[in-house]
Structures are given as structure tokens and as C-alpha cells.
Write a protein that binds this ligand. Structure first.
Ligand code: ADP
Length: 263
């Protein structure tokens, strides 16, 4: 869990009208679900919006062992005494902050039970262990994300959960925006970023066929950062793009061939 106060505004380049949607959802106390591939800017977007609205942000990276107690809190032994410690969701509700559940489908099923009364008109969080029933203040907002590309039959967000959230699809930004983002984040000049972003576009066309997922904006930023630090293009692309994307020698070679058509 990671709690951030909102001193500076993290850089975020809007891709469509997502900032407006977030603000309207926030103003109306509605939960928001962000769908999209990994590394396309969902987390940065939430960080940016939380800072813009001046709200504390509690980010939880969900995993298959994450249970309702991890979100709500638990009794812990402290210096021989048993004390109740709020989890990130409870803290966000008490303080009127934003709770961001990243990759929410990964979490255990009991998490859904907690989210339902929080995401309808009740806006309540039940803390069974302490017997408390917290009503979320208007400043509280729940944001969740998931990656539809990873979905399998066992890990799907149930319609009864999905239909409690406003939703927005995220995808990799279009070329000129992605060039601006990668240049800003890596400090590599835009003229050298452009071919990298073009390479990214070609690689994404391969995804779904042989590659599980296309190259993320995050990986393009890594490659550009290595290049900005003086590393040669080939070595940078190898370490930041080819190796992270696949373990298959044939697929790696196909990627290198693609690189050769651009560089
Ligand atoms: P996700 O949460 O979708 O996996 P992130 O938000 O962590 O992805 O994005 C990965 C990185 O890509 C960020 O750290 C940021 O550097 C960059 N990034 C992606 N999209 C944007 C954007 N629209 N504006 C600014 N930075 C972005």
C-alpha cells in the first residue's frame, strides 16, 4: 500500500476526455473503473487527478492473495496490546480520500463483498471485526483498474460488480501524444523518440498473434531513458523492449528484424 499526499502535480498528458469524466465522477460520488493494458498510464492518471483535486490517494496493487482484511484492516499485537489498524480502504473512507485498487480482478472474492455496499447508494463500509459501519463522506472516491487482455474465464469481473462503476477504456496514446510523453519522461529529444514510438506501433500490431501484449508506454520510456543516458540504440532496445516482451528466441528475432526496418 502506498499513501501519497498531493504536493506536486504528477505529469499527465490527457488522451481523450478522461480528466473531465474523473472530475464529474468525483463530484457525484460515483466509482470509476479504468480498463486497459499494463503501462498505458492508468496509475499516473489517478495520481494526477488525486493531486489536482487535492485528495490523499491510497493505491493498492491487488494480487491473488489480497483479502478483504488487507483492505479493511486487522487487529495487530503492538507492545503486548491488541490494537485495531485500519487498512488502506478504511483510511480512505475515514479521511475522505481516493482509494485506487489496481488490477482489482486479481484480488480474492471476499473483496467484492466489501466493494458492493461502497459502490451503490449506501456508500458504506462494514467493518465486521469492530462492528463499525462507516458511511463514506462525499470526498471519498473508489477507483479500480483491470486489464481486459489478461482476463481468463476464472478471473473476470462479474457483471454485478462491473455495473456499479462508471468505466473508461484506456489504450496506448496516439503517436504524437506518446512522443510527447516519452520525451517528457525520459528527457530524450523528440526527434530520437519518434522512431522508438513508431517501433512501438509496429510491435503492437503483432500483439495478440505471437506476443501476449504489445510494448507499453512504460517500456518505451525505459528504452528512451537508457538512450538519453548514452546507451546505444540496439542495446537499449534489447534491454528495454526485446527481452522484457518475450522469452521465445524466434519471437525475439522477429522483434530484432522489426527494429532493423526502422533503425
Ligand atoms: P498502468 O497503470 O496503466 O500500468 P502507468 O500509469 O504506470 O501504467 O504508466 C506507465 C508510465 O507511462 C508512467 O509512469 C508514465 O511515465 C507514462 N505514461 C503513460 N501514459 C501517460 C500519460 N498519458 N501522461 C503521462 N505519462 C504517461
Amino acid at each position: 500500500m502506498n499513501m501519497q499526499s498531493p504536493p506536486t502535480l504528477p505529469f499527465y498528458h490527457p488522451v481523450a476526455r478522461e480528466c473531465e469524466l474523473f472530475e464529474t465522477a468525483y463530484d457525484n460520488g460515483l466509482p470509476l473503473l479504468l480498463k486497459g493494458p499494463t503501462g498505458c498510464g492508468k496509475t499516473r492518471f489517478v495520481e494526477h487527478m488525486a493531486a489536482k483535486l487535492g485528495k490523499p490517494l491510497y493505491t493498492v496493487a491487488c494480487h491473488d492473495d489480497l483479502s478483504a482484511a488487507d483492505l479493511i484492516g486487522r487487529y495487530l499485537l503492538k507492545g503486548g496490546e491488541t490494537v485495531w489498524v485500519d487498512g488502506p480502504l478504511t483510511r480512505a473512507v475515514r479521511e475522505g480520500g481516493i482509494c485506487y485498487l489496481d488490477e482489482v480482478v486479481e484480488a480474492r472474492k471476499d473483496v467484492t463483498v466489501v466493494l458492493h455496499p461502497l459502490t451503490d447508494t449506501r456508500r458504506t463500509l462494514m467493518i465486521d471485526r469492530t462492528g463499525e459501519e462507516l458511511v463514506a463522506p462525499p470526498e471519498f472516491m473508489l477507483v479500480a483498474s483491470y486489464n481486459p487482455g489478461y482476463q481468463n474465464v476464472l478471473k473476470r469481473l462479474k457483471p454485478s460488480t462491473r455495473q456499479r462503476f462508471l468505466s473508461a477504456s484506456f489504450d496506448f496514446p496516439r503517436e504524437e501524444i506518446e512522443i510527447a510523453i516519452v520525451a517528457q519522461e525520459s528527457r530524450l529529444e523528440p526527434g530520437r523518440v519518434a522512431p522508438l514510438v513508431r517501433l512501438g506501433g509496429h510491435i503492437r500490431e503483432l500483439s495478440g498473434m505471437d506476443l501476449e501484449e504489445g510494448v507499453s508506454t512504460r517500456l518505451l520510456i525505459y528504452a528512451a531513458t537508457l538512450m538519453a543516458g548514452g546507451m546505444g540504440v540496439t542495446q537499449a532496445i534489447e534491454a528495454a523492449i526485446v527481452e522484457p516482451l518475450t522469452d521465445e528466441p524466434d519471437m525475439q528475432q522477429a522483434l530484432r528484424d522489426l527494429v532493423a526496418t526502422i533503425y
